[in-house]
Design a protein around this ligand. Structure first.
Ligand SMILES: [Zn+2]
Length: 280
């Protein structure tokens, strides 16, 4: 909420809704991605079915690689994820969701994900609304708000962040790790490019893409917006990694995500010139 007080924009609300908070499934990411799709094309009005097409296809593509819910949480034949798995190979082959999958998405989206999208656990709703639903049953229609269209102007960066966060959450489900994953174990690769799972050290997501959203798109040191080429942004250790290499550090892994921030190139240069490497 502190981020919102400092910068009460629609993009801040979007990041809070999409990137923060607990996830019991990944539907929120699929909805966020589908909303970006419609908004980028300038759609102000759509049917629920039009929204369900990119929503279902994103899930179909993801579900083939990683689970979209914690192990053991998919129980009934009516569960949307059950339908998703049964219809995924045909949908992928045709490049479009099957009618059974589309029907299941349209039927479940309002209650399962659309009602909760703006909610933040424990603190109510984010400060902006991105869509309104009107009508009943299959004739339901969706209008995208001007705030959603404003958010979509940053579509490229926000999609990278969303995809990175999605990859982390599904890898947590896969590794049967709880919510503590980010705090406890995710580390960065030696080149600072990728976030890795703690146990198997498998690449989860691009480090920059995952971190930029959590810093609400600003440099950790000077707070200037990061809107330029994402590849130019540095992933930086707050406590220098050289401490660990020096052998004097007795704390936790300095490659852990808790110690990582993104910094603009000038700040990174300033910091490295001041960096003190303790003598052995
Ligand atoms: Zn900076």
């Amino acid at each position: 909420m502190e981020f919102y007080r400092v910068e009460p924009t629609a993009v801040t609300s979007w990041r809070m809704a999409v990137l923060m908070g607990a996830n019991s499934r990944t539907y929120k990411f699929a909805l966020g991605s589908a909303l970006l799709d419609l908004a980028r094309r300038g759609c102000e009005e759509a049917s629920l079915t039009e929204l369900a097409v990119p929503y279902a296809m994103q899930l179909v593509q993801r579900a083939g690689r990683y689970p979209q819910a914690p192990a053991g949480s998919v129980s009934s034949a009516a569960d949307f994820l059950t339908v998703l798995h049964e219809e995924s190979s045909t949908s992928l082959r045709h490049g479009a969701p099957t009618s059974r999958l589309l029907d299941a998405a349209v039927a479940s989206m309002p209650q399962m994900v659309m009602k909760k999208f703006h909610n933040l656990r424990g603190v109510g709703e984010v400060g902006h609304r991105f869509y309104e639903l009107r009508g009943l049953g299959s004739s339901r229609r969706l209008s995208l708000t001007p705030q959603m269209l404003a958010v979509a102007r940053h579509e490229a960066l926000l999609r990278l962040e969303l995809d990175a966060r999605w990859s982390i959450v599904e890898a947590c489900f896969d590794a049967e790790l709880g919510r503590g994953l980010l705090g406890s174990g995710v580390v960065v690769s030696a080149d600072g490019e990728r976030l890795l799972t703690p146990a198997r050290r498998v690449a989860l997501a691009g480090a920059r893409e995952a971190l930029i959203g959590f810093q609400h798109g600003r440099c950790f040191y000077c707070a200037e917006p990061i809107t330029l080429d994402v590849a130019a942004v540095h992933v930086d250790h707050v406590y220098p990694f050289a401490l660990m290499q020096s052998g004097v550090w007795e704390g936790p892994d300095l490659n852990g995500v808790w110690n990582l921030v993104v910094a603009c190139p000038p700040c990174n240069l300033r910091k490295s010139s001041r960096r003190l490497v303790p003598a052995k």
